[in-house]
Design a protein around this ligand. Structure first.
Ligand code: BES
Ligand code: ZN
Ligand code: ZN
Length: 461
């Protein structure tokens, strides 16, 4: 059993009662004196994330209670059963009482994700408690979602020295091999020959050559193209980031990691779509060959772009990939990117801001995000700001001065490269959990993927 899957059914599993504060009183009424006495003696109130082992007369474990907290706790946080997992005594548990409906799915996923560890460079304490798949939970689905999320986290957490463009390509190739997907890449000078000038310009200063990864899976169903920002490290380029801002920039391939994690979920679950995943994989580095401020690049689509800040590189590599995506018929194009610091300022690390002109998609996505506890928030494609990305001596400006509405202007920039697709959705994600929270240790984290997966049946034709 891996920590990210459920335990096989067994008769001698310990009963686990997961209770909200409100449920505790009623539940106690059905219990014998040994249990009610122990709960009172130990002052257990079902506070979120707390655990109470209840012994039997022989010093064995009769049952364990896990607190899910109050309604306020449920509104303020997520995955409260996940925090209980780490505190449980070693053993296999069966959920004898617990949440219902969507909350049960949340509890089951949180349980699995609490088993995630990033162990590539150092051992970490493995979890000791296992759970039999609770009745009413689609165990295969929850396990597939957890595995996709774990892939996203591993990719983000791996530092750039071991997750450069070549390693990101290798990770995509491994994923493709696992699910019989087709995969091709265009690398180095071939990017120029095949007309991806902006991917080349951003990535050409790095030791590892820039590349475009193109993966396809599935032959029937709606055509879904995911495009993920794969900037394996973002120094800012010649407009070098100050140290504090550069510190986390191994995560600048978070969009790529998230679309690969989502692709893994889709393929593992056999969702009937024609999936394409495009990842421009580059390092935004500094050398004599760096692109410069005031260079004017001609993009794949033919639009010229004045570089006013080499640190606004994500929109450049995405623009060429989006232009390619838009050259064939699709039903939905989605981009995911750690695109702007402005998005983080606007909504913080917990919410995934997204842009779309399609009200139906926005509603479906918002509802799905709330349902699966992957919160997303709609932002405006505000036409009134289009002029901000028009510099004068080129068609587009990659970094409007003034910095107003930085996430919106970046999104508007990307939208210029999608004309044909009937639906376009863009996420400006953070991709990083700054402080440990239930089911999410500090480090890389997927955002928006689970919401999108849940919304797909409502979004795709
Ligand atoms: N990768 C950054 C955006 C980023 C920074 C995401 C911090 C999450 C946390 C991106 O390439 C960038 O540097 N964007 C600039 C754009 C600006 C120069 C127009 C930004 O947001 O400051
Ligand atoms: Zn940047
Ligand atoms: Zn970046």
């Amino acid at each position: 059993m891996t920590p990210l899957s459920f335990a096989p059914d067994s008769d001698d599993a310990t009963p686990l009662f997961a209770l909200t504060k409100a449920e505790l009183k009623d539940w106690l009424e059905g219990q014998d004196d040994a249990v009610t006495g122990w709960v009172a003696r130990m002052d257990f109130s079902a506070a979120a994330g707390t655990v109470l082992p209840v012994p039997d007369a022989n010093g064995g474990l009769r049952m364990v209670l896990a607190g899910l907290g109050s309604d306020t706790d449920a509104r303020r946080g997520r995955f409260h059963l996940a925090s209980a997992r780490a505190k449980l005594p070693k053993g296999t548990y069966r959920l004898a009482y617990g949440p219902k409906g969507d909350a049960l799915d949340e509890a089951a996923l949180g349980w699995l994700l609490a088993g995630y560890r990033f162990t590539r460079y150092a051992k970490d304490k493995p979890v000791k408690a296992a759970l039999i798949a609770p009745e009413g939970v689609d165990a295969t689905r929850v396990e597939a979602i957890a595995a996709g999320e774990a892939l996203t986290r591993d990719l983000i957490n791996t530092p750039a020295a071991d997750m450069g463009p070549a390693a990101l390509e290798a990770a995509a190739r491994d994923l493709a091999a696992e699910f019989d997907a087709r995969i091709e890449t265009v690398e180095g000078d071939a990017l120029l020959d095949q007309n991806f000038p902006m991917i080349h310009a951003v990535g050409r200063a790095a030791a590892q050559s820039p590349r475009l990864i193109d993966m396809r899976w599935g032959d029937t169903g709606a055509r879904l193209t995911l495009v993920g920002k794969g900037v394996c490290f973002d120094t800012g380029g010649l407009n070098l980031k100050p140290g504090a801002s550069m510190g986390l920039m191994k995560k600048d391939m978070g969009g790529a990691a998230t679309v690969l994690g989502l692709a893994r979920m889709i393929m593992a679950l056999g969702i009937p779509v024609q999936l394409r995943v495009l990842v421009p994989a580059v390092e935004n580095s500094v050398s004599a060959t760096s692109f410069r401020p005031q260079d004017i690049l001609t993009s794949r689509k033919g639009l010229t772009v004045e570089i006013n800040n080499t640190d606004a590189e994500g929109r450049l590599v995405l623009a060429d990939a989006l232009a390619l995506a838009d050259e064939e018929d699709t039903d939905l194009i989605v981009s995911m990117a750690t695109l702007t610091g402005a998005a983080r300022v606007a909504v913080g690390p917990d919410l995934a801001p997204f842009y779309t002109d399609d009200d139906g998609i926005a509603t479906a996505l918002g509802d799905a995000g709330a349902q699966v506890r992957d919160p997303v928030w709609r932002m405006p494609f505000w036409d009134g700001y289009e002029a901000m990305i028009e510099p004068g001596i080129a068609n587009l400006d990659n970094a409007p001065s003034g910095g107003f509405a930085g996430s919106i202007t970046a999104a508007l920039f990307l939208r210029r490269f999608v004309e044909k697709a009937p639906r376009y959705l863009h996420f400006d994600i953070y991709g990083w959990q700054p402080k440990p929270a239930p089911a999410r240790p500090k480090g890389g984290v997927g955002q928006g993927a689970r919401a999108l997966l849940a919304a797909l049946p409502r979004i795709l034709p």
